[in-house]
Design a protein. Structure first.
Lengths: 302, 316
C-alpha cells in the first residue's frame, strides 16, 4: 500500500504519484507542532497583560472613591484619605515637562524635515534614538546634577517640582521629536511647493501650511508622551522626592502618583497599599485611554 | 538707489530686511533646538561624569571589581550590582526572546485574519505602555507568592543545583527576571515582526515553490533573512532591561550580595540608585554618580550597537 511505504521510501513525506503530503509524515507533524508552539507563545505574550490589567482594575476599583481625589494621604493605619496632592503634583510636573519638551521637540523636528541636509538629520535622528534608550533613572541623576544641586547652591531649595519636570522632559523629548518628525515627513511635498509658489516665506510655509497639516499627528504623539511621562517613577525619586502635603510652588518637594504607588506599595500598612492600588488604576486607565484614543484617531493609516 | 535697481520689473514686492532676518532667525532657532537635543546626550554624560570624578579618583577601575557598599567607611564597589544587572537582564531575555520571536511569527504570517492580528499587535503594544511601577506592585502582590511556593519546591527537590541552592523568601533575582521578560517582550515582538514582514516575498515564494512546508520556510528562510533585525530587537531589549528601575527595585530584594542561586535577593545598579540617592551625602553621592556612569556607558554601548543594526536592516 502506498500509505504504508511512503515513510520508508520517500523522506519528503509524499507518496509516489501524489501531491498531498500524508498527515502523519514527520514534516507535516513538525509543521503542526511548531504552529501550536507559536500560538502558545502568542498566548503567553497576552496573558500577562490580561493578568496585570485585570488585577489592577479589580483591586483599584475596590479602593477607589471620591475622597481619593480631594484629600491628603492619611497617616498609617487610619482609614480614608486620598492622594489629591499627588494628582496635582503629577499634573504640575508633567505640565512643566510638556512646556519644555513640546516646543523643543516640535521645533527640532521642523529643522530635521524642512531645513536640514540629509547627513545632519541622520546624525540627529540617531542621537534621538539613543537618547530614548537612556535609562529613566539616569535622567533623574542628570536633573539632580543640574537642578537640585544648583538650587541648593542658590539657596532656593533642593528637591523640587522643577527638577522633577526637567527629568521627565528628557524622557518626553525623543518621543515628541520622533512622532513629529514622522508626521511632518508624511505631509505632501506639493503643499510646500504650492506655498513657496505663492510667495510664502519659510516661516509662513511651516507655520501656516505644514504644521496645520501635521497637527493631528503631533497632538497624538504629544498626548502619548504625556501619558507615558505620568507613569514614570524613577526620574522623580530623587528630583521631586515626595511630600504628604499639597504642592507648594515649584521649589518644594512635590508628590506624584507614580512615587506614591512605589512608596505605599512597599509599605507594610494595608490602608497605604490600597491607596497604591487606586493610584495604579488611575495611571493604567490614563495610559489605556490615551492608547485606545490615539489608535482610534490614527486607524486610517494602519 | 542700488536696492531699487535690483528690483524685478514685474512689480513684485521685495521682501523687507526684517522679514528676511525673521525668516532666517526662525531657521536658526529650529537648528539650535535640533542640535540641542543631540547635545543633551553629551550633556548627560558630562554631568554624570563630573559628579563621579571624586569617586573615580578614589576608587579607580577597582570600583567595578569590588563588592562593598559601606557609607560609614566610605568604601564602595559595584560588582554585585553589575552582576545583578546583567543576570536579571539575561534571565529576562532568556524567557522573552523565544516567546517574543514566536509571537512575531504569528503576527507576521497569515495564521490569523488581519483584524485579529491588528488587535493582537495593539495588545502587545499596550504591554509596553503600562508604567513600570504598576508592574512592580503587581509583582509584589501577585507574582511573588506563587513563585515563592514553586521555588520552595524546586529548592527542596533540586537544591543540589547551585541555581536552586537557597530557599526563596520573597523578592529575588528570578522574580525580577520574570518581570523584565514581560517588560521586554513588546520590544522584541514589535521589531522582530517588522524585520520578518520586510523580508522580500520572493524568498518565501521560492521556498514554498521548492516544496518546503510553512515552518521549513519560516525557520530556514525567513528567520535567517530577518536575523539581523531580530538581533537588533534583542539588543534594544537588553538595553531596556539593564536600565529598568522601578519594577526591578520592588522585586529584586536589594541585597548587595553575589549568589549563584536564582532565589537569592540581589541588586542592580539602577535599584542601588533608586534606593540610596535621596538619602546620600558626600562621597556616597559621587560613588552613586560613578555607578550611574557605569550603567550609562553599558546601556549606551548596547543601544548604539542596536540602533546601528536596526538602521542597517532598514536600509537594506
Amino acid at each position: 500500500m502506498a500509505s504504508t511505504n511512503f515513510s520508508e521510501n520517500s523522506p519528503s513525506g509524499y507518496s509516489s504519484g501524489s501531491l498531498t503530503r500524508a498527515p502523519s509524515s514527520p514534516r507535516t507533524m513538525f509543521n503542526t507542532i511548531m504552529t501550536a508552539v507559536a500560538f502558545i507563545c502568542a498566548l503567553m505574550a497576552v496573558i500577562p497583560l490580561v493578568a496585570v490589567l485585570g488585577y489592577v482594575i479589580f483591586k483599584g476599583f475596590s479602593s477607589l472613591n471620591l475622597s481619593v481625589f480631594t484629600e491628603l494621604p492619611p497617616p498609617p493605619l487610619r482609614k480614608g484619605g486620598g492622594f489629591g496632592n499627588a494628582i496635582l503634583g503629577t499634573i504640575l510636573m508633567v505640565g512643566i515637562a510638556a512646556a519644555i519638551s513640546i516646543p523643543l521637540g516640535v521645533m527640532a523636528a521642523i529643522y530635521l524635515t524642512e531645513f536640514s541636509s540629509g547627513k545632519t538629520a541622520r546624525v540627529i535622528r540617531f542621537a534621538t534614538n539613543v537618547l530614548s534608550g537612556v535609562p529613566s533613572i539616569i535622567a533623574g541623576v542628570f536633573a539632580y546634577g543640574i537642578i537640585v544641586l544648583t538650587l541648593n547652591k542658590l539657596g532656593l531649595g533642593s528637591y523640587s517640582a522643577l527638577a522633577g519636570g526637567a527629568a521627565l522632559s528628557i524622557l518626553m523629548l525623543p518621543i515628541i521629536l520622533r512622532t513629529t518628525d514622522e508626521a511632518l515627513q508624511l505631509v505632501s511635498q506639493d503643499l510646500r511647493q504650492a506655498a513657496v509658489g505663492i510667495g510664502a516665506t519659510k516661516f509662513q510655509t511651516v507655520s501656516q501650511v505644514v504644521l496645520p497639516a501635521a497637527l493631528p499627528a503631533i497632538v497624538t504623539g504629544s498626548t502619548l508622551a504625556i501619558a507615558r511621562a505620568s507613569g514614570e517613577t524613577a526620574p522623580l525619586l530623587f528630583t521631586a522626592l515626595f511630600s504628604p502635603f499639597w504642592p507648594d510652588g515649584l521649589f518644594k518637594p512635590t508628590a506624584s502618583l507614580a512615587v506614591l504607588v512605589y512608596n505605599y506599595a512597599i509599605s507594610p500598612f494595608k490602608n497605604w497599599q490600597s491607596l497604591a492600588w487606586a493610584a495604579s488604576l488611575i495611571l493604567v486607565l490614563l495610559v489605556l485611554l490615551t492608547s485606545i484614543i490615539t489608535r482610534w484617531a490614527t486607524r486610517q493609516k494602519v | 538707489m542700488t536696492t531699487q535697481s535690483q528690483n524685478p520689473p514685474s512689480g513684485l514686492r521685495q521682501r523687507s530686511q526684517t522679514e528676511k532676518s525673521l525668516d532666517s532667525g526662525f531657521v536658526w532657532l529650529t537648528r539650535i533646538f535640533a542640535f540641542a537635543i543631540a547635545f543633551t546626550l553629551l550633556w548627560i554624560a558630562g554631568q554624570v561624569f563630573v559628579g563621579a570624578i571624586p569617586a573615580i579618583q578614589k576608587f579607580g577601575l577597582g570600583f567595578l571589581g569590588k563588592s562593598a557598599w559601606n557609607p560609614v567607611n566610605d568604601d564602595y564597589g559595584v560588582l554585585p550590582q553589575v552582576y545583578g544587572t546583567l543576570m536579571s537582564a539575561f534571565i529576562g531575555l532568556l524567557i522573552a526572546v523565544p516567546i517574543g520571536v514566536g509571537t512575531a511569527v504569528i503576527l507576521s504570517e497569515n495564521f490569523l485574519p488581519p483584524k485579529v492580528k491588528l488587535v493582537l499587535v495593539f495588545l502587545v503594544e499596550l504591554l509596553a505602555a503600562i508604567p513600570s511601577v504598576v508592574y512592580g506592585i503587581w509583582g509584589i502582590f501577585v507574582l511573588i507568592p506563587p513563585l515563592t511556593s514553586f521555588g520552595k519546591w524546586l529548592n527542596a527537590s533540586f537544591g543540589f543545583l547551585p541555581i536552586f541552592s537557597t530557599p526563596p523568601t520573597g523578592p529575588n533575582l528570578l522574580v525580577a527576571g520574570f518581570i523584565l521578560a514581560i517588560m521586554t517582550l513588546p520590544i522584541i515582538t514589535a521589531i522582530s515582526r517588522d524585520a520578518l514582514i520586510s523580508v522580500p516575498p520572493s524568498l518565501r515564494q521560492a521556498a514554498i515553490g521548492l516544496g518546503a512546508t510553512r515552518w521549513e520556510t519560516i525557520l530556514k528562510v525567513l528567520i535567517p533573512a530577518a536575523f539581523s533585525g531580530i538581533v537588533g530587537a534583542v539588543m534594544l531589549a537588553l538595553g531596556r532591561a539593564m536600565g529598568e528601575t522601578m519594577a526591578v527595585t520592588m522585586l529584586i530584594g536589594n541585597s548587595n550580595n553575589i549568589s549563584t542561586s536564582l532565589f537569592a535577593p540581589s541588586n542592580t545598579i539602577s535599584s542601588l540608585l533608586a534606593n540610596q540617592f535621596a538619602e546620600a551625602s558626600g562621597l556616597q553621592v559621587s560613588a552613586l554618580m560613578y555607578a550611574a556612569l557605569v550603567l550609562f556607558i553599558l546601556t549606551l554601548i548596547v543601544n548604539i550597537l542596536a540602533e546601528l543594526v536596526v538602521l542597517r536592516v532598514k536600509r537594506l
